[in-house]
Write a protein that binds this ligand. Structure first.
Ligand code: ATP
Ligand code: ZN
Length: 282
């Protein structure tokens, strides 16, 4: 029995999806353009258009899939989001002409071009705005320039596409990243494979969010330094060959990193090394 996963065939999520599987120790051999099987994990990979993935997962053609949250919300299929994956980050934004004053009220009665009519309609309903949605499937950013719409609602990561089309970001209506989704019907055997995959995924994701830190500390400062390092349980302290000094090892959160390093230095820590962690199991 193999678990079937659907990932994007070619596009912004493809490379990162494959890399994530590889980091989980799952090799993907070069199969056909459509599918491929792992030689060392019970997984079969389907390469599909991202827009189709929620439907395939709902229909159990694939058991699980990797797709942007934007697509999950837009397609509104009967699938369950298991885990955010930390890549494919973007936002769904409303944008208007660079020289226009933006307000929600000013959208009233306007035409908005988008590939995300469902998400946009949800936003307009919540805000009590009546506007005309023009659904187009690509190059939404050119719509104002050719007189199709006054505003657009499109995915943005850096905003450079908007700028080069004379548009400005007015507001964000959704933050999105790639997620792992599953269908409702998985038999016991497939569930067990999924659990294994999730275990590996979480270990990889945890590791990315954390750093291993080693430093030297004078013994009379140890208490203060240890109090700055939460670690997995508590830091490891080893005596250095030089008397009166210890080596302290711990794990710190990527987000607290600069803040903690500064405090450690102030507390007397020296020779601080920070190294990446490959896998982390709590
Ligand atoms: P497909 O041929 O599979 O339908 P596509 O053109 O719809 O491809 P891509 O442009 O490759 O899709 O985007 C795939 C996903 O990548 C998006 O749905 C979104 O979740 C994410 N993404 C991240 N950054 C951006 C961005 N700047 N613009 C568009 N999508 C982005
Ligand atoms: Zn697509």
């Amino acid at each position: 029995m193999k678990l079937k996963i659907a990932i994007q065939k070619s596009g912004r999520l493809s490379e990162d999806s494959l890399r994530l599987l590889k980091e989980c120790g799952i090799e993907i051999s070069n199969g056909s353009k459509l599918k491929s099987t792992s030689p060392n994990f019970p997984l079969e990979v389907f390469f599909l258009r991202d827009d189709d993935i929620p439907q395939y997962v709902e229909d159990s053609v694939a058991d699980i899939g990797i797709v942007g949250e934007n697509v999950v919300f837009e397609k509104n299929k009967d699938v369950q989001v298991l885990e955010q994956l930390g890549f494919g980050k973007c936002r769904l934004c409303l944008a208007v002409g660079r020289n226009e004053e933006y307000s929600r009220a000013a959208l009233q009665g306007k035409r908005i071009a988008t590939s995300y009519p469902v998400i946009l309609q949800g936003f307009l309903d919540r805000e009590n705005i009546t506007a005309e949605i023009h659904e187009i499937s690509g190059s939404v950013e050119i719509a104002p320039g050719i007189g199709l719409a006054e505003a657009i609602c499109d995915l943005v990561s850096t905003g450079s596409t908007l700028l080069s089309n004379g548009l400005k970001e007015a507001e964000t209506i959704l933050h999105s990243q790639a997620v792992l989704i599953r269908g409702k019907q998985l038999n016991t055997e497939k569930n067990a494979i999924l659990e294994q995959l999730l275990f590996r995924l979480r270990a990889v994701r945890q590791a990315k969010n954390n750093k291993y830190i080693l430093l030297n500390a004078p013994n009379h400062k140890l208490d203060q330094i240890i109090s700055l390092l939460p670690g997995m349980k508590s830091p490891t302290v080893l005596a250095l060959a030089t008397s009166g000094w210890s080596s302290v090892h711990s794990v710190i959160d990527e987000n607290d990193f600069w803040n903690i390093i500064q405090q450690l230095k102030e507390a007397g820590a020296q020779g601080i090394l920070v190294v990446p962690i490959e896998k982390m199991i709590l």
